[in-house]
Ligand binder design. Structure first.
Ligand SMILES: Cc1cc2nc3c(=O)[nH]c(=O)nc-3n(C[C@H](O)[C@H](O)[C@H](O)COP(=O)(O)O)c2cc1C
Length: 357
């Protein structure tokens, strides 16, 4: 499968998820195999253009994640084009436009899913971006704004005409948010109509779902919450697609993944080799220019950030497991990393020993 000139080794993609698909998580999922593309969390075009540190960090990625798509959001064609040039300057393979976010904070500003209600503006954005960069410009949209406006089929065609190299569709409306189920019939219709690749998104929780969706005529499948629950889902889907039984993941391996994530987060931007991290041109190297006058305070800030990240992932990661809700409650109360490690140890490793004995 190819998006523009970018070849994907697998049609299975880590969907963009704000707060979740950070570079550490993407790296770890990629290492499990079966993943053809990763997409960053959505990044503000305004923040990129203004050079806001926090925004620039969201867009960072590492070489082992390649191919990488950086997703941006915004409603102004000139700013979106300028942001696309920054993304290109960072060496990203693809720049994706968010036309699916229903959150009022984003959608209020003619960005995210609001653009589905303003097709002229949406086309102007894609046209401006496609003229500004050489890397493929792609779009991720929903089925429509609400049930009375399920316009993904028309809008997707319009995006193709404006220069989009691929279109991804989450088969729910903005009004639905995450309720009900994704409309894969609609996704299938769009895939049949467009000449550029169409990728589908929504409700792939088991590896078999991912493979089944591929029979809907789409070129690829984006998996979101399924990856948060099971980071091996893309590798297992690849096994199934190759006609072999999906690999078995032990409880200890699940524990190790969480530990690895915690350790990667802890060491983000610490003593990294030059060039390890792809950053926006002109951005200071990681750590450089940071005021470390209060090392204890800095460490506490990072510990808090890592705890919050592990909490966010644990909400999904322990779903469906015996004792999962107890685990989540304990993780939510954890006040230190030491405590967090103990909880992970007890849930994934001690429990595994007691069930094998
Ligand atoms: C926590 C979370 C954050 C998300 N953030 C984004 C985002 O930043 N950009 C985007 O296009 N979609 C975002 N989505 C939507 C997903 O990419 C995906 O389309 C949706 O969750 C449906 O797929 P799933 O059923 O496989 O999760 C997010 C979804 C979740 C659950």
């Amino acid at each position: 499968m190819k998006i523009g000139h970018v070849a994907l080794s697998s049609p299975f993609v880590v969907a963009p998820m704000a707060g979740m698909t950070d570079t550490a998580f993407r790296r770890l999922v990629k290492r499990q195999g079966g993943c053809g593309l990763v997409v960053t969390e959505m990044v503000s075009s305004e923040g990129l253009v203004r050079g806001i540190d926090r925004t620039l960090e969201y867009a960072e990625y590492t070489e082992e994640e390649r191919p990488v798509s950086i997703q941006i959001f915004g409603g102004d064609p000139a700013k979106m084009a300028a942001a696309a040039q920054i993304v290109e300057g960072m060496g990203a393979d693809i720049v994706d436009v968010n036309m699916g976010c229903p959150v009022p904070k984003i959608a209020r500003h003619s960005a995210g899913c609001s653009l589905m209600r303003e097709p002229e503006q949406a086309a102007a954005i894609i046209d401006a971006m496609a003229r500004a960069v050489k890397i493929p410009v792609t779009v991720k949209m929903r089925a429509g704004w609400n049930d009375r406006a399920r316009n993904a089929p028309e809008l997707a065609r319009r995006m193709q005409d404006a220069g989009a190299a691929a279109v991804a569709i989450h088969g729910r409306t903005a009004e639905q948010s995450y309720s009900g189920s994704a409309d894969w019939d609609l996704v299938e219709r769009v895939a049949a109509d467009l000449s550029v690749p169409v990728l589908g998104s929504g409700d792939c929780i088991e590896p078999a779902h991912v493979v089944e969706r591929l029979h809907r005529g789409v070129s690829g499948v984006l998996v979101g919450r399924g990856v948060l629950r099971n980071p091996w889902i893309l590798a297992q889907a690849s096994d199934l697609a190759a006609g072999v039984p999906p690999r078995d993941i032990t409880r200890e391996e699940r524990g190790t993944f969480l530990y690895d994530y915690l350790e990667l987060l802890l060491s983000e931007r610490v003593n990294e080799q030059e060039g390890f991290r792809h950053v926006a041109p002109g951005t200071a190297a990681p750590g450089a220019g940071r005021v470390l006058s209060d090392p204890a305070g800095v460490a506490r800030g990072r510990e808090r950030w890592v705890i919050n990240k592990i909490r966010a992932l644990s909400t999904w990661y322990s779903k469906g497991f015996d004792g999962g809700s107890h685990f989540r409650a304990r993780v939510n109360r954890a006040a230190s990393l030491a405590e967090l490690r103990e909880i992970i140890d007890e849930f994934f490793f001690a429990a595994a020993v007691s069930t094998t004995n």
